[in-house]
Ligand binder design. Sequence first.
Ligand SMILES: [Zn+2]
Length: 286
Amino acid sequence: MRRILGLKVDVDTRRGMEEGVPSLLDTLHAFHATAAFFLSFGPDNSGKAVYQLLRNPRFLFKMVRTNAPGLYGFRTALYGTLLPAPMIASSLPGLCREIEARGHEVEFHAWDHRTWQDALPRKRAVWIRDWFTRGFAAYEEVLGHPPRSFGAPAWLLTEEAVAVLREFPLEYLSCTRADAPFVLEGTGLVEVPSDLPCLEEVGGRNGVPRVLAALDAGGVHVLPVHAEAEGGIWRDAFVEILRGASDRGYEFLPLSRIASIVREGALRTRPFRSALLRGRAVPCAV
Ligand SMILES: [Zn+2]
């Protein structure tokens, strides 16, 4: 059985972009690995997460358990509240182009990540369309071409969001957590889900053996990576995963390649539903 590992890197914050991305580029280079970077282009409103702390106790436990201050930094915790929200990928166009120049794929993750994550279920089509329009414009201004893919922030989707994203010229999606690729109902697009757990969900460094055990059987897998984590305090754990995958005979392919490989087979069309996965604070699309 073919052994392919897709690395889906999400960049959610200014610090993840500024410090995490260069660190990840070095790590990936050492393994001759290519990844797909899903970037947030607009404002970093991370500080607004403080309102989640007040509403959802699971969120607070998660922040403590995963050492959120170490992951995100003190300034990040104030962006959008006491400090103004800085722009993320939009303000670092050279770095966006460098990711591509180094052979990786750059895709669209968010305009305003925090607001999607906190408020999407209350948002109607007009707001969602505006969010995509700004994000696509920012992406094209920086990269000079439209994105091929969208990866929903926090793997959060609604029916309304699916209806709107059809209006944008995308080639594939990576919006859910599921075991295998499928065609997302209502879009006609191949969905390349993340099937492996992210380090944050399996207790950071200690979770590496669990991630590697899932690779023993071979096949096509997608690992969700966060620039803030694997490009920061869990850099060593990420190196261990890449080494383990490489020892097991995996090749690292960008998600667009995986999408075209799986498109050749007969994929089932399926809807998404929301579920609370182990180690997560809020439900996501599965
Ligand atoms: Zn994200």
